[in-house]
Design a protein around this ligand. Structure first.
Ligand SMILES: NC(=O)C1=CN([C@@H]2O[C@H](COP(=O)(O)OP(=O)(O)OC[C@H]3O[C@@H](n4cnc5c(N)ncnc54)[C@H](O)[C@@H]3O)[C@@H](O)[C@H]2O)C=CC1
Ligand SMILES: NCC(=O)COP(=O)(O)O
Length: 357
């Protein structure tokens, strides 16, 4: 059944066929467009208009999705989602939708806290469907963390939301094409020991036990899902010069080095603590498959400098695959058909690849 008709100008079948599964079924990806005042719906429409081979299940308000697509010059074919239906080909521009209703009209560029429960409901539906095996993976477009909190709902990010719902410890890792070790595909991979918390709270959050958990998840995932047989991981220090032997801070001595020692004793090739200011010079990066940064803005500026627009955020440690874009809601671009879908496409590709593995 078509909830919203709109014929794409050229409804060609997907040519991106290498990814079709052994039984000929397309992998089923749950897509959450995120903040309705941002660029998420436009990006989802642009992904749908491409020849990307997957069964795209968009969890969103269908009217708002259609309007955002039209504003970008895309005529989507929006069908209602029936879980019992599987598909072997997707026409360009076609998506299936799990309909959820906005609480207030979506106005590009203007946040409205009344839509926060809607945004979280889309994430919850995606998480529950992925956990039950209904979806092969989740791909998320950006949410606005501030407006969800403005609505009175404590929320720090997708990563923490999915971790809590799944009851798992997770690790945020971003991967950008190029800039990393050639032997493991050349990608620059930056994982974070801490995620969305005030800078003043970071030192107390850097603990030996937490780092051991994070490094185990990171190493295990690099081996199992990224097919790196014996990953080499660089662990950054927290303080300038990795603490300068304790003269510029003790976290390296008290927490970080003992965690590294524990991982090495368990057979993992984990090095550090390495001073963060030189860890990202090309000769250093060539030695490592991933870098563990101690906090968000220690690692992500470098990653985004290297690959903004093509990088992917992946949550390691979940019982299902979840990837996301490398950018935020870009309220300044919303509704203007100026949003680059490169990162969402890369996130969808990685989700599909990881789900196949
Ligand atoms: N995965 C997620 O849900 C993420 C959400 N955010 C949220 O986004 C909000 C806004 O964050 P900002 O720091 O302003 O970063 P932002 O990424 O939204 O914008 C930074 C700059 O990049 C540009 N930009 C972003 N995405 C683009 C795209 N696809 N194509 C072309 N240009 C693009 C924007 O126009 C702006 O100039 C934050 O409040 C945060 O909560 C931020 C990062 C990730
Ligand atoms: N800067 C990365 C970011 O904020 C993404 O967080 P999440 O919403 O994917 O947890």
């Amino acid at each position: 059944m078509h909830a919203h008709q709109a014929t794409p100008s050229r409804p060609a079948l997907s040519a991106d066929a290498e990814s079709v599964g052994a039984e000929g079924l397309l992998p089923r990806l749950a897509l959450t467009p995120g903040e309705p005042a941002g660029i998420g719906m436009e990006l989802v429409a642009k992904l749908a208009a491409s020849d990307f081979a997957a069964d795209l299940i968009v969890i969103a308000d269908p009217g708002a999705l259609d309007a955002a697509a039209r504003a970008a010059g895309i005529g989507l074919r929006i069908a209602s989602y029936d879980p019992s239906e599987t598909i072997t080909a997707r026409a360009r521009g076609s998506v299936r939708v799990i309909a959820m209703s906005l609480r207030a009209p979506a106005v590009p560029g203007t946040l409205d806290p009344r839509n926060a429960p809607y945004v979280l409901a889309t994430l919850a539906r995606a998480a529950d469907g992925a956990a039950s095996g209904e979806f092969d993976a989740i791909v998320t477009a950006p949410v606005h963390k501030g407006v969800i909190n403005d609505a009175g709902i404590p929320f720090t990010g997708h990563t923490e939301f999915f971790a809590q719902r799944a009851g798992r410890d997770v690790v945020m890792m971003l991967t950008a094409p190029g800039g990393g070790r050639a032997a493991s595909g050349g990608a620059l991979r930056v994982a974070l020991a801490t995620t969305h918390l005030p800078l003043s709270a970071v030192p107390a959050a850097i603990t030996r036990a937490g780092l051991v958990r994070t490094l185990r998840i990171l190493c295990d995932d690099l081996i199992a899902h990224f097919r790196i047989a014996a990953p080499r991981v660089a662990v950054l220090g927290l303080n300038p010069h990795a603490g300068e032997g304790g003269h510029l801070g003790r976290e390296e001595i008290d927490e970080i080095a003992p965690a590294i020692k524990q991982l090495r004793a368990a057979g993992f090739d984990v090095q550090g603590p390495i001073p963060a200011d030189t860890a990202f010079v090309p000769a250093q990066l060539e030695r490592y498959d991933a870098v563990l940064a101690m906090y968000h803005d220690q690692g992500l500026p470098v990653l985004k400098h290297a690959g903004f627009g093509h990088a992917v955020n992946v949550t390691l440690g979940l019982p299902y695959v979840r990837t996301s874009v490398d950018h935020g809601t870009a309220l300044d671009l919303a509704g203007g058909n100026r949003a680059d879908p490169g990162s969402l496409l890369a996130a969808a590709r990685l989700a599909r690849d990881l789900a196949k593995r």
